[in-house]
Design a protein around this ligand. Sequence first.
Ligand code: ADP
Ligand code: ZN
Length: 537
Amino acid sequence: LPEPTDDLQSAARQVLSAVFGYTAFRGQQGDIVEHVAAGGDALVLMPTGGGKSLCYQVPAILRQQRGQGVAVVVSPLIALMHDQVGALEEAGVHAAFLNSSLTGEEASRIEREMMSGRLTLLYAAPERITTPRFMAQLASLEERGLLSMFAIDEAHCVSQWGHDFRSEYLQLSQLHERFPDVPRIALTATADDLTRADIIERLQLQDARVFISSFDRPNIRYLIVEKNGSPREQLLRFIQDEHEGEAGIVYCQSRKKVEETAEWLTSEGLNALPYHAGLDADVRRRHQDRFLREDGLIMVATIAFGMGIDKPDVRFVAHLDLPKNIEAYYQETGRAGRDGAPAEAWMTYGLADVVNQRRMIDESPAEETFKQGQRGKLDALLALAEAIDCRRVRLLAYFGEASQPCGNCDNCLNPPATWDATEAARKLLSCIYRFHQRGERFGAGHLIDVLRGKVTDKTRQYGHESLSTWGCGAELSEQQWRAVLRQLIALGHVVAEGEFNTLALMPSARAVLKGEVELRLREAEEKKARRGKASRA
Ligand code: ADP
Ligand code: ZN
């Protein structure tokens, strides 16, 4: 590789100011631009809003200036291509996209521009790039020295470990096989170790220089609360108390819940719209446009909403259901506060979330090794949710970044009181063990009734009032028992199985039963809530 010259550096800065109107590169942008413009391969990990686009746009312009032709940008999102090309053309950069929204005539015109080598950036979806026809066009460009580079955006889509796997991305390995001398830059906003390794292998980026930016989003405050009886009331209180009239996104798992929640928030006087893949394309577009244009709208959505949405003043992102893993949580919460002003990521979670997510993995048709990977990722998210120390430290550690307590998350601002739940856990586990001995299985509700010695038709019917564990846990509330059980499930000591989520012990429960493992839990929310109210009054 040629050494980056001063010449290249100053040329890059000149493009930055003349074309984009910026005075300085941010973070590692300058190094990345130089490396890629000089013909090196790169893998760029940079958080959303960090400025990934410039990392390939500036090198593409520099290389075009040096007569090296067209840069091909792989992007999975039509909307995003549209926006970027519009902005580039406005800045005087010759750019275009090829996708299914074009007429045959428009597409031919753009192909001619590309084949002439005059185009600076061409955006296209991966499935188009890997067609034999397009590959032949690229080959012709390359023979004439007019294929300047490849940029692969949203590179995590190539990994099954990523939250957004797209099989078309797998075909992109062809680019390196067919055009080994054309530099490539792959970019993503989320990749833990596993995903990162996968991207490198599948895109054959073993020789690429890896640029990892800090993933910290200091202006986002992370808040994770335990679900009480009515999570949507908790949500409403959060919005009314902290974000009256501000724009936000509320994520729910199912379409049905999206619609119900949007309706309910509206009936409570808030300005909320639903968004999910089951709505007409028209409705979706209209809601998205309103969210982008109007002030203070709340979008209640499934994960179908958000990728490529660049609304700077989203003041909160709320999760009514647990996301799939930490990467998804980071990506979704990352849509808050892109303008750098304070924003909040709020999530409420409970026992049912843990049970549901585990079951979704167990019941999926995937292979066992894949499920194992997914369970590990879910565990990491649960550990974040149950954490009693700094959320941000945990979050960044997941992405391989060491940091100090942030002073701007719920646990830093209001350190949770903890209690030693070892004895309680043993009581709970031995209660399940007694059921096992009698060949019986029950769900959380009945188990907790037995622990608390609460007489019901069911406790009578099964004669459970004579169990040695009957009423042994009367000192704890139902909420506290749910928290203990949630931890035990999160830690894999207990599983909830089948249609009725009946509970069973896992082998690792032995160590807890024998008192070999200590369990520290955060104090139940009900106490904290009371304290909170008292101090506010
Ligand atoms: P990403 O793709 O990483 O989410 P973008 O490339 O969309 O981020 O950039 C996010 C925002 O930051 C954009 O509005 C962009 O114009 C702006 N930006 C990027 N780099 C710079 C820079 N060096 N100076 C000023 N603003 C920048
Ligand atoms: Zn913190």
